[in-house]
Design a binder for this molecule. Sequence first.
Ligand code: GMT
Length: 379
Amino acid sequence: MKIGIVCYPTFGGSGVVATELGLELSKRGHEIHFITYSQPVRLELLSNNVHFHEVHVPEYPLFLYQPYELALSSKLVDMVKLHGLQLLHVHYAIPHAYAAYMAQQMLYDEGIIVPIVTTLHGTDITLVGSHPFYKPAVAFSINKSDAVTSVSESLKKDTMRLFDIKKDIHVVPNFIDLEKHLHNFTDCQREMMADDEERIVTHISNMREVKQIPDVIKIFYNIQKELPAKLMMVGEGPEKEGAERMVEELGIKDKVVFFGNSHEIDRILCFSDLFLLPSQTESFGLAALEAMASSVPVISSNTGGLPEVNEDGYSGYLSDVNDVNEMSANAIHILKDPEVLNTFKANAKAQSQKFDLHSVVPMYERIYEETLEKLSVIN
Ligand code: GMT
């Protein structure tokens, strides 16, 4: 199949899922065309089967806001025609599903039929999409998509609750390439980060308000009062500066490392003992899954899709949002006793196997096939 993938090319989870999906589909023989404003961060290798087409938005002084949707829909039209793309898979409703629908209509006028599969990732529904400024356009784009997927049951429910949706929504969870998390490194370089007796606690995110960064710091503060520990803070975002200040005020600066955005997530997870994800809301929690695949148990909030990913008392623990005391106590329970820690590590790994890309990616393939079949019956 020749598939166009539209996504945000940044460090966010939706872009990571879209990129990993495209790469795996290409290995399975499909021709993949990424269409976005810059090369996706995890897309290192382009090949015969993997192409990248940049969307340019020319600057024009009359416009206060440059019209990205317009440039994207025109690019989609051109790429479908030039490369004979059979299907467009757009990740994140805003504005991708909307731009794809416009492209579809333009192509239809020329007698070209190309179906759209839209994947909802979370913030496009729960945080941004349901804002009254966007809501009608988001509902319209979802309803006009030929197939719609969401990354968890919880996000499907939220979408049905927040919008008037007339489409069936298929749940296709985030997935993980377990081979990439085999840790073939001969040396995790743990000793560069911490002493032998210190536990390593990690948080990875784009450090926005929704990630509850102050809670990450508070939980770690409580942990380090009970046992020797270090905190690895990975990612960039608006909450990072506040976190750096808080760490200084609490007097734990020498125990916290801020990495910024990293291409070496698997190396960092390799030496981690515990992952913290106390988010306000999380449609799935890809970062938690990546941690578990590296045998790192997870302390998370009990919100959104997280209970579908992290099993309470098995791969880690779930607590109410902002229940820092319970999260700290659970973290200390896991970290204090080496035997308990090893059990949770093994469980985390086992739990991640439920989201193996070899079982999840075929779910998308089936949706593509069904969508194409349905369209050929209709036309
Ligand atoms: O929250 C992020 O870190 C980025 C965000 C995005 O839109 O790229 O992630 C969302 O999509 C991921 C991939 O499907 C999910 O695993 C994340 O849970 C989801 N984030 C939220 O719901 C806050």
